[in-house]
Design a protein around this ligand. Structure first.
Ligand code: PRP
Length: 213
């Protein structure tokens, strides 16, 4: 048994919003805001330690119980699996997965097997399997918008937030694959072991989310 809960926060876009949420809950986040070289940040006025990690690592830490809680995007959850409880939709980080193509391209026309590039091959495969459509999925690590421009792919499945990146590259979204936002996830064993502490944390979280609505 640990005295303090551990939470893994996704670095980058979701990090600032997570800290804002915690501060709204009354948690002193100075150690996260001024991290220095430290990797584990102790919240001074609440029994919680926070670590910052890349999105797929947040899931790994929580699945293995190295962290009791995590904040991660639904996009990563859809791609990497579900061996934990997804307990709250935090609302922020809202965007969508979309299928996008070069403007004017008839993706569903013709008989050739379509090639689709994505950082999320699992989500992409599941989407087309559900449609009963055979596509060839190409895994790309970043700036997926390049793939149709270089004729590596006929379309992409990617996160669209403002739509600015698609527009700047002459691509248009033709279908929504899934809605995405940040989620609070909990390790299944921790939920039993630290029920009271986790319930307290979740209630504070929920109150703050309701206040912000
Ligand atoms: C994401 C996504 C798009 C862009 C969408 O990329 O993959 O490229 O943001 O945002 P928009 O609709 O507001 O333009 P990210 O910035 O995470 O970089 P990456 O492609 O290098 O992973």
């Amino acid at each position: 048994m640990r005295e303090r809960l551990r939470i893994a926060l996704t670095k980058g876009r979701l990090q600032d919003r997570s800290v804002e949420l915690f501060e709204g809950m009354g948690l002193d986040c100075t150690p996260i805001r001024e991290p220095g070289r430290r990797l584990i940040h102790q919240i001074p006025n609440y029994p919680l330690d926070a670590v910052l990690a890349k999105a797929p690592d947040v899931i790994t830490y929580v699945e293995h119980g190295a962290c009791d809680l995590g904040i991660v995007g639904k996009d990563t959850i859809l791609e990497h699996g579900h061996a934990f409880y997804e307990v709250l939709d935090l609302g922020f980080g809202a965007c969508r997965f979309a299928l996008a193509v070069k403007e004017g391209f008839d993706f569903y026309g013709g008989y050739q097997t379509r090639r689709v590039a994505s950082k999320y091959p699992g989500v992409t495969r599941a989407f087309f399997e559900k449609k009963g459509m055979d596509v060839s999925v190409i895994k790309i690590e970043g700036s997926v918008e390049l793939a149709p421009l270089l004729d590596l792919a006929d379309g992409i499945v990617d996160i669209v937030e403002t739509g600015a990146t698609l527009k700047a590259n002459g691509l248009v979204p033709i279908e929504t694959v899934a809605q995405v936002s940040a989620r609070l996830i909990v390790n299944t064993a921790s939920m039993k072991l630290y029920k009271e502490q986790i319930t307290d944390f979740m209630e504070k979280c929920q109150r703050e989310l309701e206040r912000g609505l």
